[in-house]
Design a protein around this ligand. Structure first.
Ligand code: NDP
Length: 234
């Protein structure tokens, strides 16, 4: 059955691969962007997830054009890396406001319609570093660990209404975000990854479409690592 899916940050990177995977299986897919536009085969809505009014407006547009959001993929995220002693409070709160508070804004807006429909899927894109930790990423790791608490609490609040909330925790993925890393750092990371390579965005999308599908209807509050074995046990 075709569903209405909203993927934040679906204009590029992992979000785009997720959006295209849903579109390929026949779902109605909307993606957010911040002015860059989106590929022709996707429905784009402009939205900055740090702005609750913009989130509300984006949902309103998607509801009017494609119907209520049944599958929310909270994917948009940023990094602002530096070591703890150099990290300003602004650098900390900016990353939290986007990656964690942004996800809260999206989940809250999506929940009311999912409750009415008595069906919903929320998928939060976290990161292996949320539970593994990473030097220079106190802000980012905190925001990504926080998503686990968000998904598990939503599961306890809304689980009886046929609404699931799960976390996908990618390892390193070939996107603009990791293109910023030096070749030396990439080589260092690759040595730590049992798979010996970074993931492609499509490899993350597969876990997300599975969580949204009927086969995963009894999976909720889970953290699914897609990291080539990097974070085992974390
Ligand atoms: P990119 O940097 O390639 O893309 C980030 C996306 O997030 C863009 O679409 C961007 O929009 C959007 N975005 C950022 N801030 C906001 C905001 N305030 N409001 C709305 N949209 C925003 O990232 P990736 O594709 O690599 O990452 C996607 C997700 O996966 C992120 O949450 C990231 O933390 C996570 N992740 C990535 C990993 C990796 O190795 N790449 C590993 C683990 C997790 P715009 O185009 O307008 O800037």
């Amino acid at each position: 059955m075709a569903r209405t899916v909203l993927v934040t940050g679906g204009n590029r990177g992992i979000g785009l691969a997720i959006a295209q995977a849903f579109a390929k299986q026949g779902d109605r897919v909307a993606v957010t962007h911040r002015g860059s536009g989106v590929p022709d085969d996707l429905f784009g809505v402009q939205c900055d997830i740090t702005d609750a009014a913009a989130v509300d407006a984006a949902f309103g547009t998607v509801e009017a054009e494609l119907g209520p959001v049944e599958v929310l993929v909270a994917n948009a995220g940023i990094t602002e890396d530096t070591l703890l002693l150099r990290m300003s409070e602004e650098q900390f709160t900016k990353v939290i406001d986007t990656n964690l508070t942004g996800a809260y804004r999206l989940a809250k807006r999506a929940a009311s319609k999912m409750l009415r429909a008595k069906w919903g899927r929320m998928i939060f894109i976290s990161s292996v570093v949320g539970l593994y930790g990473s030097p220079g990423q106190v802000n980012y790791a905190a925001s990504k660990a926080g998503l686990v608490g968000v998904a598990r609490s939503i599961t306890r609040e809304l689980g009886s209404r046929n609404i699931t909330a799960n976390v996908v925790a990618p390892g390193y993925v070939e996107t603009d975000m990791t293109a910023a890393l030096s070749d030396d750092r990439k080589a260092d990371y690759q040595k730590l990854i049992p798979a010996g390579r970074f993931a492609t965005p499509d490899e993350i999308a597969g876990a997300v479409t599975w969580l949204a599908g009927d086969a995963a209807g009894y999976v909720s509050g889970a953290v699914i690592p897609v990291d080539g074995g990097l974070g085992m046990g974390h």
